[in-house]
Design a binder for this molecule. Structure first.
Ligand code: AHR
Length: 329
C-alpha cells in the first residue's frame, strides 16, 4: 500500500515537472528536428547591436512587438553591447538551440563569413536588418532590410549646400567605425567636401553613436578652434554635442549649426525649437518588415535580396507637430 502510494507520487511529480519545464526546444516534444517540428511557434534568434541610442531602443521594441508569442513566435533576443565577437557567440548559441531563423543587426560590415557559413551548414536562414555586411558569398544570407545610409549622407550634404555658407568649418562626429551607418553618412560628407573647396573638416572622431561620447568630444575641442557646423552621425551624439555647447555658452542651431540623423521624437522636438537645423530620417521600425520576410519564407516564397525603407528629412520649415506626435521612436 505504502509502496504503491510512493510510485504514484513519483510519477505524478515527474509529470508535473515535465509540464513546467521551459520550452527550450519546441520541436523536441514532437520528436522531430529541434524547433522545426512544432510549427505552432516559430523561433527567431535576434542578435542586436546593443542599446547605444534612442534609435536602437526603438528598433529593439519594434522587433519584440513583431515577434510576439500571440503572433506565433518565440523571440530570443541577444544584446551584443556593440561588440562583434559577442554577436558571433550569440549566432553560435542560436545554432546550438536550433532556432528556425537568425536575424542579425550587424555592428560592422566585415568579419561574418565564418559564422554565417556555420549557420548555413546548420540549415538556418539568416536575415540581415539595419546595417549591411560584406561577405565573399552573398548567399550566406537570405536578404537584408534597412536604410540607404549613403543617401542619408547625400541628403544632409545637399541641405548644407542649400542652407549654409560656402566657407564652412565642420566638426564631424562619426558613428562606430566600420558600420554601414557610419560609412554611408561619412561618404556623403566626403563627396560634398570634394565638391566644395570652401568646406573644411576641422575635427573628426568617432563617438560610436553614444550621447556621452558626443558630449565628451565637443568638450575636448581646443578653446580656440572655430567651427560653424557639427555633423553628428546620429541624434544621440547630437544631444551630447548640444549639451556641451550650451554648457560653454554657445547657442546650438544659431552660433553653430547642428546636422543630425535618425529623426527620433526627442530630436525632432529640438528641430522645432531651433537647436537642430536638419535631421535626416533613419527609420528603425523594422520588426514588421522582418516578420513579412519570414512569412514569405514560410510560404516558400523568395523575398527581395535588398529592401530599402523610405525615408525623408526634417528642418524647422518642413516639420510639423503632427509628425512628432506620430513618431514611434
Ligand atoms: O544603424 C543605425 C544607426 O545605429 C542609427 O543611426 C544609430 O542611432 C544607431 O545606433
Amino acid at each position: 500500500m505504502k509502496k504503491g502510494f510512493l510510485i504514484i507520487l513519483v510519477l505524478g511529480l515527474a509529470l508535473t515537472l515535465s509540464a513546467c519545464a521551459p520550452a527550450k526546444d519546441p520541436g523536441a516534444a514532437a520528436g522531430g528536428s529541434p524547433a522545426k517540428a512544432d510549427r505552432r511557434q516559430i523561433v527567431v534568434g535576434f542578435s542586436q547591436v546593443g542599446a547605444e541610442s534612442d534609435w536602437r531602443l526603438g528598433n529593439t521594441q519594434s522587433m519584440i512587438d513583431a515577434f510576439s508569442a500571440e503572433g506565433g513566435y518565440r523571440l530570443i533576443l541577444d544584446d551584443a553591447q556593440n561588440k562583434q565577437e559577442r554577436q558571433i557567440t550569440a549566432i553560435r548559441n542560436f545554432i546550438n538551440q536550433g532556432v528556425d531563423y537568425i536575424v542579425l543587426a550587424p555592428t560592422t560590415e566585415r568579419g561574418w563569413d565564418t559564422v554565417l557559413g556555420e549557420a548555413r551548414a546548420a540549415g538556418i536562414p539568416v536575415i540581415l536588418v539595419d546595417r549591411r555586411i560584406e561577405v565573399e558569398d552573398e548567399s550566406l544570407f537570405v536578404c537584408w532590410v534597412g536604410s540607404d545610409f549613403r543617401r542619408e549622407g547625400d541628403t544632409a550634404a545637399v541641405w548644407m549646400e542649400e542652407h549654409l555658407p560656402e566657407a564652412l568649418r565642420i566638426v564631424h562626429l562619426q558613428g562606430n567605425l566600420g558600420s554601414s551607418a557610419q560609412i554611408g553618412r561619412s561618404e556623403g560628407l566626403a563627396a560634398a567636401l570634394a565638391r566644395h573647396p570652401g568646406w573644411k573638416v576641422v575635427f573628426e572622431a568617432p563617438g560610436d553613436f553614444v550621447q556621452a561620447k558626443g558630449q565628451e568630444l565637443i568638450e575636448s575641442l581646443p578653446q580656440d578652434l572655430a567651427y560653424d557646423v557639427i555633423y553628428a552621425e546620429n541624434d544621440n551624439m547630437a544631444f551630447g554635442a548640444i549639451d556641451a555647447l550650451k554648457n560653454a555658452g554657445i547657442l546650438p542651431g544659431k552660433d553653430v549649426a547642428i546636422i543630425s540623423f535618425d529623426a527620433g521624437g526627442r530630436a525632432l522636438r529640438l528641430v522645432l525649437e531651433g537647436e537642430i537645423n536638419l535631421d535626416v530620417e533613419c527609420n528603425p521600425m523594422h520588426g514588421p518588415r522582418v516578420r513579412a520576410v519570414i512569412e514569405q519564407l514560410e510560404r516558400g516564397e523568395t523575398p527581395s535580396k535588398y529592401t530599402y525603407v523610405e525615408e525623408t528629412w526634417f528642418d524647422a520649415e518642413t516639420l510639423t507637430q503632427a509628425v512628432i506626435d506620430r513618431r514611434g521612436y
